[in-house]
Design a protein around this ligand. Structure first.
Ligand SMILES: Nc1ncnc2c1ncn2[C@@H]1O[C@H](COP(=O)(O)OP(=O)(O)OP(=O)(O)O)[C@@H](O)[C@H]1O
Length: 336
């Protein structure tokens, strides 16, 4: 059987029938009084049913703090969250039956074998796939008799995933699913995520791998400083950002028309000349025409369209994280 056949198709939650997750004005504050720190500062997020959404962000941006509230594992200080049309805390049992959660660390006991761990997990679920099948899906069949403490980091991550998918969830939360995996295992996880999506499941994942987000996700949400600062497809997000032309430093000045686009190369991590442009073809043509006329050789010439990586680095560099300085909003208990 394929992942597609195995994944429960939720009645009334097929692709295009609305948002599997809807978050409005989400706030989350840690601590109290002068020590209070507002990690999430008014997040709006919609995850359409049957799609994959990637939540990206710099370290400490607030991804896990957001995800925990949506998963029903943490309380919001303000705002509303609906998951499959339900409240993830008040309707925890109903939501849990229909969702699979992969945390950053699973906490499985190292003393149990892979099969024992999977069987234990199996016993907590209402309509799970068979243990053997779940282990085979993650290529762990041959490791069934091995103690969890003896598994490699990548094998442990695959065991976590096998348990997450065992309950045939229609909504799956994956917090950094491929961290610690080798490239081959990472691609295997990507294949599984695509299979889930093809079966009509909804996936919300966090990742630090931009390639992973670009490859897997229908939509990206980029967080910084507790807020979502960019949303859209990878193409939409990169579109508003300039393309770049880079080459080794020259002994002579560039013509005015090109010099205007020269930026600090350090922001691209390069000790070279970097020219930003919103019209790559026109600027590159002007540069090459000038180089030909002036008999200048442009060593190490490199021209590239805007990438998600550039946008991400620009967000991390330029926009400030003002959470530590700002007063926090009054904390309102969820459901109050
Ligand atoms: N229990 C807590 N008490 C106080 N501060 C916390 C707590 N949990 C998280 N934070 C802080 O909230 C901010 C957001 O943390 P969070 O883990 O949500 O970020 P993240 O985007 O998931 O980061 P990473 O990519 O590093 O995992 C960080 O500054 C973090 O130090």
């Amino acid at each position: 059987m394929t992942t597609t056949e195995q994944t429960r198709s939720a009645s009334g939650t097929g692709a295009g029938t609305g948002a599997a997750i809807s978050v409005r004005g989400l706030r989350r504050t840690y601590g109290k009084g002068a020590a209070a720190f507002e990690a999430v500062r008014g997040v709006d997020l919609d995850v359409p049913t049957g799609t994959v959404t990637a939540l990206l962000g710099t370290n400490g941006a607030g991804k896990t703090s957001t995800l925990e509230v949506v998963e029903g594992l943490g309380r919001a200080s303000g705002g509303t969250v609906r998951v499959l049309g339900l409240d993830p805390i008040a309707d925890r049992a109903a939501v849990r039956r229909r969702t699979g959660v992969l945390l950053q660390t699973s906490g499985f006991s190292g003393d149990l074998t892979v099969a024992e761990t999977a069987r234990l997990w199996h016993s907590t679920l209402s309509t799970p796939r068979p243990v053997d099948e779940a282990l085979e899906m993650l290529d762990l069949g041959a490791r069934a008799a091995v103690k969890v403490s003896a598994l490699s980091g990548g094998e442990r991550r695959r065991l976590d995933l096998a348990c997450t998918l065992m309950g045939r969830p229609e909504l799956v939360f994956l917090d950094e699913p491929t961290t610690g995996l080798d490239p081959e295992s990472r691609r295997e996880v990507w294949r599984l995520v695509r299979g889930l999506r093809a079966a009509g499941a909804t996936v919300l994942l966090t990742t630090h791998y931009l390639e992973e987000a670009e490859t897997l996700a229908d939509r990206l949400e980029i967080m910084h400083g507790g807020r979502i600062v960019r949303s859209g497809t990878a193409g939409e997000i990169a579109d508003g950002h300039p393309s770049t032309i880079a080459f080794d430093r020259l002994e002579r000045a560039l013509p005015q028309q090109l010099a205007g686009g020269v930026v600090d190369p350090a922001s691209y991590g390069q000790p070279r000349t970097v020219v930003e442009t919103v019209d790559l073809q026109a600027t590159l043509t002007a540069l090459l025409d000038w180089a030909r006329d002036e008999k200048v050789r442009l060593e190490g010439l490199d021209a590239r369209s805007a990438s998600l990586e550039q946008v991400f680095l620009a967000i991390a560099d330029s926009s400030t994280d003002d959470r530590r300085d700002a007063p926090t909003a009054p904390a309102t208990p969820k459901g109050a």
